[in-house]
Design a protein around this ligand. Structure first.
Ligand SMILES: [Zn+2]
Length: 316
């Protein structure tokens, strides 16, 4: 049997046919056209399902489920896209709409961060784990929680907001309007903010050199690279960042005692430069002597497709 997963993004709709082991065996991508798809998205997705089946040479009845991953909030019953700003979808009952177009398959809806967590169960960082947490460090901090081998959707259906757990109640203002969330301290953006603050206070080392004196050209990689080269200001910023991230990871460990915590998103590409000091700091702070493995997430761009497809295997 196969499953089809969609990763619906603001630029492209990516779809994949996924086998039982969680391998993407064929792909199909279309540009996402906001105007053209207004009110016609479900029809478009159903058309893509039919095209994938025809192009892959499989029989229609070999598809066990269709999953839709969207970058936005969905309702507690996983039926309605409440707000997906990049897609301009608001209060759209997308699951039912696609189900009506494809009555022959179970259709499931999932948030893209949750999809990324489900994906790691299949040959990724969560292989063989039953309890695991994904933290994605990007513009914000997102992630998902796996309990008992299934996505944890929360007792009230809201899922989890790992990025908005409190880390420093008198710290930086978060995008959500509350001070000191994990997101305000551990997003890639917080590396950039700290670097810009350093430049504003007169720092003239590698950070200044690499951005040509223009703070707007600083990105997270600028800071990580300068820290790797032992630039004092960048090293200080990166050490503070790892310190904050380790506290976030320790809180997650103390709450759930998971087997694995995977770290994804742009900052995780720093590799051992991030993971070695992170593991050391977690060891210093953790209440337990033995605790979760802390690993890079395996799936980047494929996480949405794979998680949306394999959601059917974990939930049906
Ligand atoms: Zn927040």
């Amino acid at each position: 049997m196969y499953r089809i997963g969609f990763d619906i993004g603001g630029t492209n709709i990516a779809a994949g046919l996924v086998d039982e082991k969680g391998t993407i065996v064929s792909r199909f991508t279309l540009p996402f056209e906001k105007e053209a798809y207004r009110g016609a998205l479900a029809e478009k997705l159903a058309g893509m399902v039919k095209a994938i089946i025809a192009n892959s040479g499989i029989k229609a009845e070999e598809v066990a489920s269709v999953g839709l991953a969207v970058p936005g909030s969905i309702d507690p019953k996983a039926e309605v896209v409440l707000d997906a700003y990049n897609l301009d979808l608001h209060d759209v009952p997308l699951r039912a709409e696609v189900q009506a177009e494809l009555p022959e398959y179970p259709v499931l809806l999932i948030n893209d961060a949750d999809a990324a967590a489900v994906a790691e169960l299949y040959g990724g960082a969560f292989s063989a784990a039953k309890t695991a947490v994904l933290l994605t460090l990007g513009t914000g901090v997102g992630g998902g929680v796996i309990i008992g081998g299934r996505l944890w959707r929360g007792g009230m259906g809201h899922g989890v907001e790992l990025g908005h757990m409190a880390l420093d109640i008198s710290g930086r203002m978060c995008t959500c309007g509350v001070r000191g969330c994990i997101e305000a301290n551990c997003a890639a953006t917080s590396l950039i903010t700290a670097a810009r603050e350093a430049l504003a206070s007169g720092e003239r080392g590698l950070l200044y050199e690499r951005c040509g004196g223009d703070p707007m050209r600083i990105n997270a990689k600028t800071v990580v690279d300068a820290a790797r080269e032992n630039d004092p200001a960048a090293s200080h910023i990166f050490r503070d960042y790892v310190n904050a991230l380790s506290s976030a990871v320790v809180s997650v460990i103390h709450l759930l005692d998971p087997e694995v915590i995977a770290i994804g998103g742009g900052v995780s590409l720093a590799g051992d430069f991030l993971f070695a000091p992170l593991r050391e700091k977690v060891r210093e702070k953790c209440f337990f002597d033995t605790f979760a493995r802390i690993e890079p997430a395996r799936y980047g761009n494929d996480a949405g497709i794979l998680g949306a497809a394999m959601l059917g295997a974990t939930e049906i």
